[in-house]
Design a binder for this molecule. Structure first.
Ligand SMILES: Nc1nc2c(ncn2[C@@H]2O[C@H](COP(=O)(O)OP(=O)(O)OP(=O)(O)O)[C@@H](O)[C@H]2O)c(=O)[nH]1
Length: 726
């Protein structure tokens, strides 16, 4: 950003929007798991549209910091600052911002995000495509939102010195683009909301199922333990009350053996902790064969029952009595008949396979697993697929910072990973045991990903559909307009189009406004046409008048008004052309000077009107006598006339002049004033020479004048002609 180009108002706007974006980005909208919607970057889009790349970069510094605080990952600076520059430069080149955003994510955003997730975060590869595509769609979402904010806020349109389009886009393109923007934001919003509620519902269902399983299996476990505890207590009590001698205790165990299938083994130990009776009997016999005597004096279940007189359920441990299995021992004291003195204990080792049965009977067995812990949090039973060993402590980590759900999440095997393994429900049983019902998290994640992927595909299809529909809709309105504009515009030659507008698009389906426009344009065109015709007529008339006036002016400039013969000026000018032409053709020219005889006398005798009439008659006779088009007849001044006779027959000129002289002399002239008649004669001096004789009229006239003078001298009414041969 050049410092000189800094605009304080723009900087303030960019800062304000940046801070707003920062706050919005600190709190992204959680959708499901690690799917979050960030909206703060819309501020960057607004700045990119209005102010260009450098201000957008400035705003992006704020918004990316917001994301940095939310995600604690520096990659946001790279991905989103680049995006800001990209959008800003695209805007400067009049590239629609939505399309620019799509291009950015396809060409840069997606690869960058993918590389970051793969190389830096160590996210499972199967999850990377979804996470990156999700981010790209989030990008398209806030870009659309930003652009619509600009469209919806008229105050931003009038922002001083903001970026403006260099090229004017067609109405159809603008309408289509706006339609696509609205469709995109509507589809994205509705699909996000729909997916959110769908996933929410799924989570509620999963939670409910886990809890239901927990309650039912917990209840079954409690019943199993309490029933068996009561059984052991009853045996102890029976022996105590019956006062049976210890030799008969084996009989008691033998008799209850079939009734207590829940116990794998049972035994009775005496006050010294020695096993004195056992069931099944084979096990007891095996124990008796052992080299060392089995003594349970130090066992919790012995101490609790014998010393504390409790009916006791032990944590899980490795048996040492009738076998070395992993067992849970339930023990009860045997009292001396009618007294409070313990004389032994009866113990039963619970059959742990029962938990496997209730696990298998669980209706959600396919997806759910259970973990039963004793009060010391050692594993009593764990579903086989979990791979957990009974008796081992249950190690797990709950929660996840990356994946936000309304479910309880735990990791059992991979405690260090951020990807949760299981969703769980926990139940604490009445005896202090814990029951965990767990379900793998990945299927739910996969479901969410499938759901969002379908949405994305649907969105893409809808965008294509929107483009087609937008084009069709804008065609309905803009095509008739374009056709009207084309039809009613001037033709290339600037004239008005006179053809009637007929097009299939202009029918009953044409919008009313456009049809009214057509009607008024049509009326204007007709008015303009008739005005044009009127104008053309007027112009034609004026042109004609002008031509006549011009001709008159020309005549006035070239001709003598009294005789209508050419004047002196015209003759002098024309002579040059005639002489040049004849010189080229090696033709002869005759230059003749004529002067009425005693014209002063005519004037004096008959008056000036008669003099004028005399001059007119002279001109008429001249015109009728010298008929060739090439002959130039001129009143040279006063009663003097000049004839230029090009390409003449040198031998016949004099004769022709004499013919004229005689003709004039025979003409009777009537004085218009008093109708008195008279006649006049003319003296003629001429020179006939090859055109090359001279290019100057004066030279020719000089000779003609000399001859005229001679004619006057010789008594007038005669022709003196000189034939000059070069
Ligand atoms: N009525 C009339 N008279 C003209 C016009 N132009 C010249 N004149 C007269 O023509 C007369 C010419 O007289 P002069 O030059 O003495 O010649 P002339 O009387 O014809 O005598 P010669 O040429 O020697 O025979 C003058 O009186 C002019 O006033 C004209 O346009 N109309």
């Amino acid at each position: 950003m050049r410092v000189s180009a800094l605009n304080i108002a723009h900087l303030k706007l960019a800062t304000f929007l940046g801070l707003l974006g920062l706050v919005l980005n600190i709190y992204p909208i959680p959708l499901f798991a690690n799917v979050q919607l960030i909206l703060g970057n819309a501020a960057v889009v607004i700045v990119a549209i209005l102010l260009g790349p450098w201000y957008a970069l400035f705003t992006a510094l704020f918004t990316a910091t917001g994301l940095m605080l939310a995600w604690s990952s520096a990659h946001v600076y790279l991905v989103f600052l680049l995006e800001a520059l990209w959008l800003g430069f695209a805007r400067r080149r009049d590239f629609p911002i939505l399309y620019a955003s799509i291009c950015y994510w396809l060409l840069l955003g997606l690869p960058l995000m993918g590389l970051y997730l793969w190389l830096i975060t160590g996210m499972p590869t199967y999850h990377i495509p979804f996470t990156t595509v999700k981010q790209a769609f989030n990008g398209i979402f806030y870009t659309t939102l930003g652009e619509l904010c600009v469209v919806a806020l008229p105050s931003l349109w009038h922002l001083k010195d903001k970026l403006v389009n260099h090229t004017r886009r067609t109405m159809s393109a603008q309408l289509s683009y706006l339609f696509i923007l609205i469709t995109t934001i509507s589809l994205l919003t509705s699909s996000l909301v729909f997916n959110h509620y769908f996933m929410d519902k799924q989570q509620v269902l999963i939670n409910q199922n886990l809890n239901d399983t927990g309650i039912s299996l917990g209840h079954a476990t409690e019943t199993y333990i309490s029933t068996n505890t009561r059984t052991i207590a009853s045996i102890g009590k029976f022996i105590s009350v019956s006062g049976l001698p210890f030799e008969q205790w084996q009989l008691v165990l033998d008799s209850v053996q079939g009734l207590t299938p829940s116990f794998t083994t049972m035994f009775i130990a005496n006050e010294d902790g020695d096993i004195v009776a056992g069931s099944p009997l084979e096990k007891l016999n095996q124990v008796k064969l052992l080299p060392q005597k089995v003594n349970v004096l130090d066992r919790d279940y012995f101490i609790q029952a014998f010393i504390h007189h409790n009916t006791f359920v032990s944590p899980v441990f490795i048996g040492r009595g009738l076998g070395k299995d992993i067992i849970i021992a339930i023990s009860a004291p045997i009292f001396k008949e009618e007294s409070k003195t313990a004389i032994g204990i009866v113990e039963g080792s619970l059959d742990l396979s029962y938990f496997s049965n209730i696990d298998k009977q669980n209706q959600h067995h396919e997806t759910q697993s259970i973990i039963l812990l004793d009060e010391k949090k050692n594993i009593v039973y764990a579903s086989e697929r979990l791979g957990l060993q009974p008796l081992t402590p249950f190690n797990y980590v709950t929660g996840s910072t990356e994946y936000r759900t309304r479910l309880q999440l735990m990791n059992i095997n991979q405690e260090d990973t951020e990807t949760p393994e299981y969703i769980y429900a926990h139940h604490k049983l009445k005896n202090g045991w814990h029951l965990y019902v767990v379900e793998p998290f990945v299927p739910l994640l996969t479901l969410a990903q499938e759901q969002y992927t379908k949405t994305i595909v649907l969105l893409l299809l809808s965008m294509v559909g929107a483009i087609i529909i937008a084009k069709a809709i804008s065609r309905l309105t803009t095509t008739p307009l374009a056709l009207l504009a084309q039809h009613f515009s001037q033709k290339k030659d600037g004239s008005i189009n006179e053809e009637k507008f007929e097009h299939e698009l202009l029918d009953n389906s044409t919008p009313k406004e456009i049809y009214s426009l057509y009607e008024s344009l049509e009326a204007n065109q007709q008015a303009l046409l008739s005005y044009q015709l009127e104008l053309e007529d007027k112009v034609k008339q004026r042109t004609m008048d002008l031509e006549i006036a011009n001709r008159k002016l020309k005549d006035m400039a070239e001709r003598d008004s009294l005789t209508n013969l050419y004047n002196r000026r015209y003759t002098e000018k024309q002579f040059l052309k005639i002489q040049d032409l004849c010189e080229r053709g090696q033709d002869a020219i005759a230059v003749v000077l004529l002067d009425l005889d005693f014209f002063k006398k005519v004037n004096d005798t008959y008056g000036h009107l008669a003099g004028d009439e005399c001059l007119r008659v002279m001109a008429e006779v001249l015109t009728s006598h010298f008929k060739r088009d090439v002959d130039l007849l001129c009143r040279y001044g006063g009663e003097e006339f000049v004839l230029i006779l090009p390409m003449c027959n040198t031998l016949k000129v004099e004769q022709h002049l004499n013919g004229f002289r005689e003709k004039l002399a025979s003409v009777v002239i009537t004085n218009p004033a008093d109708q008195v008649t008279f006649s006049v004669t003319v003296s003629i001096g001429a020179i006939i020479a090859d055109a090359a004789y001279s290019s100057t009229l004066e030279v020719w006239l000089k000779q003609a004048d000399e001859n005229l003078y001679k004619a006057k001298e010789q008594g007038r009414n005669c022709v003196i002609c000189t034939l000059v041969t070069v």
